[in-house]
Ligand binder design. Structure first.
Ligand code: SAH
Length: 223
């Protein structure tokens, strides 16, 4: 897939993901075009390659087709004014895209347990024209254990988890709004993406989608 969707610019990368049918929604295409991946990759990496890139701190920015895929499952919950949580925000790239989708009036919280990465997220988002949103709180980046979510901004209309939860993410399910949806890889050696949907009465429906290989949600490394 990488050779097919990579581009020589952000525009070309996103157009190739769209042509390949990985991006289906024009809203996702436009939000990904408005968020240049170069601001979220380290100098010397290849931001327009459809592949993960090293961020340092043993983390990578996920491949664009993985982000596109996750966004497709969440898009109906990413309306203007929606509240969103991105667990394991790493580079901050998805936070930037998510914000494009929920403005005006929406709020996106990114959480990562490595301070070096949350500092990087903030600096990347500032490079990508988002300083005012960080200053107003429309985008909030938190250093903490994402397995516990972030209760002060809950409930969330959409939750994306960018690392695998070893078991059912009970605390995060609690923080879903009625009508909300979570996209989360679950498992240890064998992992699958699960969708958790909370209906308007608060009942939760779960659906297993497909096998994946994500890094696990872990305890923060001790310095
Ligand atoms: N989605 C991000 C990064 C994905 S890599 C991007 O594309 O840029 C997975 C991320 O999960 C890493 O940044 C790692 O630090 C983070 N992570 C792992 N365990 C965590 C935990 N318990 N709480 C918060 N973040 C965690």
């Amino acid at each position: 897939m990488a050779w097919r969707c990579s581009g020589s610019s952000n525009e070309e990368l996103v157009d190739n993901l769209y042509k390949a049918g990985i991006i289906k929604s024009s809203r996702i295409r436009d939000a990904m075009k408005a968020t240049d991946r170069k601001f979220y990759c380290l100098p010397g990496s290849d931001p327009y390659e459809d592949a993960p890139q090293r961020l340092g701190f043993s983390a990578t920015i996920s491949a664009p087709h993985m982000h596109a895929h996750a966004l497709e499952y969440l898009v109906d919950h990413l309306k203007p004014g929606a509240r969103v949580l991105d667990v394991g925000c790493g580079s901050g790239y998805l936070v930037g895209i998510l914000h494009e989708l929920v403005q005006p009036g929406g709020k996106v919280v990114g959480i990562d347990h490595i301070k070096g990465l949350t500092d990087m997220s903030i600096s990347n988002l500032r490079k990508d024209k988002h300083s005012a949103l960080l200053d107003s709180g429309a985008i909030q980046i938190i250093t903490g254990d994402g397995r516990q979510g972030f209760t002060s901004a809950a409930p969330y209309d959409a939750i994306h988890v960018g690392a695998a939860s070893p078991s059912k993410p009970v605390e995060l399910i609690k923080q879903l709004a009625n009508g909300g949806r979570m996209f989360v890889p679950v498992g240890t050696y064998m992992q699958d993406v699960w969708l958790f949907d909370k209906d308007h009465e608060g009942n939760v429906k779960e659906e297993k989608l497909f096998g994946v290989q994500y890094v696990p949600l872990t305890d923060a490394p001790t310095a």
